[in-house]
Design a protein around this ligand. Structure first.
Ligand code: 5AD
Ligand code: SF4
Length: 451
């Protein structure tokens, strides 16, 4: 699952203009109401888990606030995929301890992938964390915030966001792969797929309550299977039920040609494929236990480009995995050029204790990793820039994802999956039509909407 961002919450029940002093109520929060702040790190899966926790705290009578200073309870929903994610959380925990000493923050909860890792007990001791939850026992937060104890719940069965213009729907959790570098199977467990009926009911409810964009989520979403049905069958049904659909993250070994064709055929599916390749070298792909060769990946992309000529393609790439030679790196650069990615998340290898790669030795020197990182980045950006230029002058239907900020620009998405800045006061969930006037490597810039 692609991620890099620390995600601030965009829906804000309570806004304050001034930081309150110790013991002072944030403005807008009713007298006596407790306050909670949720900080999300990492992938869309975590954003969705935070939505579930948000519902619990609101139900328990907490007002949600945006800064630690205003919060009685702080929930850090964390990522463990790379070491810098843990370093970042440590920084936040240190800051929270200072606020606790000043009498502002009262309780701290650590949830998500760090919560599920072996490192969590040491962090709990070091920072005096009040509650640690993994990814499988999120439901225990209910009791902690004063709600009736919940029955043990399979996390996706807990309600997430409803009634917002866009929503995530988890269709599977965990992962059955064992990629050499990856901690996800350790912290998220083996794959569990939700029954199709269950998923469709949730999608129908969301659409009924006003959701117009559904994103199906899973670590290897295309590996979904249940009762003889496969991912393509589920996607087809969801595409019938929702006005706009996307899915992430896929694994090349599970991606079927008929799914790629369905993306092109169905009007309601956003024409954007995120398919992590990790490396362009067969030798590295074997060491990583990815289960496919570069040629097979290339063939998938050919099918996608043919079936979805206007579509966008993104990927994940790791540079500097132990044992990666200059020749391996050259092959990655070649694959990047051949596949013509529209964007890529490029990661420097980060050793995670408990994974095979952390024990491999043969590490790549930091300066070499940095150079390779920049070379891959440049190759991706050059290509993305050229491809984006082709969109200039086209008129696009744009789905507004984030309403306009002070500069009057909203952020939207075309049906081909391009991010667009557009000058409109249309609200999230609405569509506008506009002509693309210019393009950078990451976004398109549209003119005034055409009425
Ligand atoms: N080091 C660097 N990148 C990693 N990823 C996963 N584990 C690691 C690691 N140990 C990257 C992969 C994956 C994405 C979510 O994070 O590219 O697809
Ligand atoms: Fe990690 Fe590999 Fe599973 Fe993706 S497929 S979550 S990289 S183990």
């Amino acid at each position: 699952m692609s991620e890099t961002v620390e995600t601030p919450r965009t829906v804000t029940p309570v806004r304050v203009s001034r930081k309150p002093g110790p013991g002072e109520r944030p403005r807008g929060v009713p007298e006596g109401a407790r306050t909670a702040c949720i900080r999300t790190f990492g992938c869309q899966m975590n954003v969705h888990d935070s939505d579930r926790m948000r519902r619990m705290i609101l139900e328990a009578g907490y007002a949600e606030v945006q800064s630690y200073e205003e919060a009685d309870l702080v929930i850090l929903n964390t990522c463990y995929v790379r070491e810098n994610a843990v370093d970042r959380v440590r920084g936040h925990l240190g800051e929270l301890n200072r606020l606790r000493r000043e009498g502002r923050v009262k309780k701290v909860a650590l949830t998500g992938c760090i919560g599920a890792s072996a490192e969590s007990s040491q962090l709990q001791r070091q920072y005096g964390i009040d509650l640690v939850l993994g990814t499988h026992n999120t439901y225990e937060l209910a009791e902690f915030v004063g709600l009736p104890t919940m029955r043990e719940t399979y996390t996706p069965d807990l309600p997430g966001t409803e009634g917002e213009h866009s929503a995530f729907v988890t269709i599977m959790t965990g992962c059955n792969y064992q990629c050499s570098y990856c901690i996800v199977p350790t912290v998220r467990g083996r794959m569990v797929c939700r029954p199709m009926r269950n998923v469709l009911e949730e999608v129908e409810q969301l659409v009924e309550s006003g959701t117009s964009y559904v994103t199906l989520l899973g670590q290897t979403v295309d590996a979904w299977r249940h009762d003889g049905k496969r991912f393509c069958d589920l996607l087809e049904r969801v595409a019938d039920a929702a006005p706009r659909v996307w899915f992430t993250t896929s694994h090349p070994s599970n991606m079927e040609d008929r799914t790629l064709r369905l993306i092109g055929d169905r009007e309601t599916i956003v024409k954007r494929l995120h398919l992590p390749v990790q490396s362009g070298s067969d030798r590295m792909l074997r060491i990583m236990h990815r289960g496919y060769k570069a040629e097979r990946y290339r063939r998938k992309i050919e099918v996608f480009r043919e079936a979805v000529p206007d579509g966008t393609l993104s990927t994940d790439i790791i540079v500097g995995h132990p044992g990666e030679t200059e020749e391996d790196h050259e092959q990655t650069l070649k694959l990047v050029k051949d596949c013509g990615f529209d964007s890529a998340y490029i990661f420097k290898f980060s050793p995670r204790e408990g994974t095979e790669a952390a024990e491999l030795g043969d590490s790549v020197p930091a300066d070499v990793v940095q150079r390779r990182f920049l070379e891959v980045l440049r190759a991706v950006e050059q290509n993305a820039f050229t491809r984006n230029q082709c969109k200039v002058r086209s008129v696009e239907e744009i789905y507004v994802r984030h309403g306009s900020t002070e500069d009057g620009k909203a952020i939207g998405e075309t049906w081909s999956g391009h991010a667009v800045h557009v000058r409109t006061d249309a609200r999230p969930g609405e569509y506008v039509k506009a002509r693309i006037e210019s393009a950078g490597p990451h976004v398109l810039y549209a003119g005034e909407p055409i009425t």
